[in-house]
Design a binder for this molecule. Structure first.
Ligand SMILES: [Zn+2]
Length: 413
C-alpha cells in the first residue's frame, strides 16, 4: 500500500488560469464560426446585406428564429471575460456545451452553453451578478436567478428557450474535509456510488457527507455533467459509470434493461473508443471507470481487449464492478497495463438501512483482513442514511476512507 496516499482536494484541483472548454460530442457542432462571410471576397458587402436581412426579419418580428450558434458563443465569450475581470486569474471557468444526444449516430445538436464559474472569494458575487445582467440586457435575453447548495445559477433565455446556464460557485470554507494523516497499515475502504446523474437532490445529500466518496456517473443524462462538476468541486472523485451489455433480459441478475448507448459484444476497437469518448464528454473530471451492468460484456474477452487500450491511452483506471463471476475485465485490464481493482461488497442489494449497515461491517472486515476493500452502493435514501451513520463509526475504528484511485494497482507495481 503506498504511503501517504490519502488524497486531499488540493492534489486533484490544479489551479488553472484560463477557461476550460470541452468540445461537444464527436460529430457535433464545434466552436468555430463556420463559413464566415468576412473570409470571402466581397465578404464585407455580403455581410452587410446579410446583416440587413437579419435586422429586417428581426424588426418585422415575423420569425422567432432560434438563437444562432454564433450569437450563443459571442454571449459565452462575454460571460467568460466578465468572470475573468471580476474574479481575476484565480477563478476557474469551465464551458460545457449542452447537446441533444442522438440515438442513431446522427450529429448531436447544440442547445445551450453551460458555464461553471468558481469564484476565489464570495465577495465577488455581486459584481459578477451586475456584469451578467448587463450582458443579458445587451443581447435582449431574459435572466433568471436561483440559488441552492452554495451555487447561484443564472439562466439566460430568449423567447422562453434557454441559451445559457451559468453556475456560479462560491467557496464553502466549511466544506474542506479534515485531512487524516495516513498511517501505514490502516485498513482502507473506498465507497463508490453508482448510477449517479439522474437525481440532483440525492447527489447533494451524498456530496454533503463529510468523508471521501467516489461518485460514478452514468453518461448522456441531463444531469451527468452537472453532478460531475458539483462532486469535483466538493472534492470527491469522479468515475464514468460505463454502461455495458447485460445478459439478455430475464436471464440477467441485474434485472434491468440495456442502456441505449453502451458497450456491446461485437463492437470493434474503433467503435469502443468513439463510444467511450462521447461518454467522457458528458462526465467531466472522470479519473477512471467502472462498469454499469455488463454481465455479458465483461465476460467477453475481445470486447474487453478493445476497451482496455482506450482506457490506458486516456490514463483512466478500471474498477470491475463484478456483475458476473465470469468477468474477464480485471485480468484484461492488468494485462493491458491499466491500473485496476475489483469490487468486494455490494452495499444495498437489500435496500434497508439495517441490511446496508451490516454490509458496511462486512466491507470493513474485508478491509481489515486484506488491507483494503471496495464497496459499491447507490444513491438511495436508505444507503445515504446508512453511510451517514455507519461510516463515521468505521473511521473511529481506524478504517480510512479513500478514493477508488488509491486502491488500484498495476501489474508489476
Ligand atoms: Zn450501475
Amino acid at each position: 500500500m503506498p504511503e501517504g496516499s490519502l488524497t486531499t482536494r488540493q492534489d486533484r484541483h490544479p489551479e488553472r488560469s484560463g477557461p476550460t472548454v470541452f468540445p461537444p460530442a464527436a460529430g457535433g457542432p464545434g466552436h468555430a464560426v463556420e463559413g464566415s462571410l468576412l473570409n470571402r471576397p466581397g465578404g464585407a458587402a455580403a455581410a452587410f446585406v446579410a446583416f440587413l436581412a437579419v435586422a429586417i426579419i428581426f424588426l418585422a418580428g415575423c420569425e422567432k428564429k432560434s438563437f444562432s450558434k454564433t450569437e450563443l458563443r459571442a454571449v459565452t465569450d462575454e460571460v467568460v471575460s466578465a468572470a475573468q475581470r471580476v474574479a481575476g486569474r484565480k477563478s476557474e471557468i469551465t464551458i460545457r456545451p449542452e447537446v441533444q444526444p442522438s440515438r442513431s449516430g446522427a450529429p448531436a445538436s447544440l442547445t445551450a452553453d453551460n458555464i461553471y464559474i468558481s469564484l476565489a472569494d464570495s465577495s465577488q458575487g455581486g459584481a459578477l451578478r451586475q456584469a451578467l445582467a448587463e450582458i443579458a440586457r445587451r443581447h435582449k435575453l431574459s435572466i433568471a436567478e436561483s440559488s441552492a447548495g452554495g451555487i447561484t445559477r443564472y439562466d439566460f433565455s430568449r423567447d422562453g428557450v434557454r441559451t445559457h446556464a451559468i453556475h456560479v460557485v462560491t467557496p464553502l470554507a466549511a466544506r474542506s474535509r479534515p485531512v487524516v494523516p495516513h498511517l501505514r497499515g490502516n485498513p482502507q475502504l473506498a465507497i463508490i456510488l453508482d448510477d449517479m446523474g439522474h437525481d440532483r437532490a440525492a447527489a447533494d445529500s451524498l456530496l454533503a457527507l463529510p468523508f471521501p466518496l467516489t461518485i460514478s456517473i452514468l453518461p448522456h443524462l441531463p444531469l451527468s455533467a452537472e453532478v460531475a462538476e458539483e462532486a469535483y468541486r466538493r472534492g470527491d472523485q469522479i468515475l464514468l459509470h460505463l454502461p455495458m451489455e447485460p445478459e439478455a433480459e430475464g436471464g440477467n441478475s441485474e434485472g434491468v434493461t440495456p442502456e441505449e448507448i453502451e458497450l456491446r459484444v461485437g463492437m470493434n476497437a474503433d467503435q469502443v473508443k468513439s463510444a467511450l469518448e462521447g461518454m467522457l464528454e458528458t462526465v467531466p473530471h472522470a479519473a477512471g471507470v467502472n462498469n454499469h451492468q455488463g454481465s455479458r460484456a465483461t465476460a467477453d474477452l475481445p470486447l474487453m481487449q478493445a476497451l482496455m487500450p482506450a482506457l490506458r491511452d486516456r490514463n483512466l483506471f478500471f474498477i470491475d464492478s463484478r456483475t458476473t463471476a465470469a468477468t474477464v475485465a480485471y485480468d484484461t485490464a492488468e494485462r493491458a497495463g491499466v491500473p485496476a481493482a475489483s469490487r468486494k461488497v455490494f452495499l444495498d442489494d437489500t435496500p434497508s438501512k439495517e441490511a446496508i449497515l451490516a454490509q458496511l461491517q462486512l466491507a470493513a472486515r474485508d478491509a481489515s483482513r486484506d488491507g483494503s476493500a471496495i464497496a459499491i452502493g447507490h444513491p438511495r435514501p436508505a444507503t445515504i442514511a446508512a453511510l451517514a451513520q455507519g461510516v463515521p463509526e468505521l473511521e473511529a475504528r481506524g478504517i480510512h476512507l479513500v478514493f477508488a484511485s488509491d486502491l488500484v494497482h498495476q501489474k508489476g507495481h
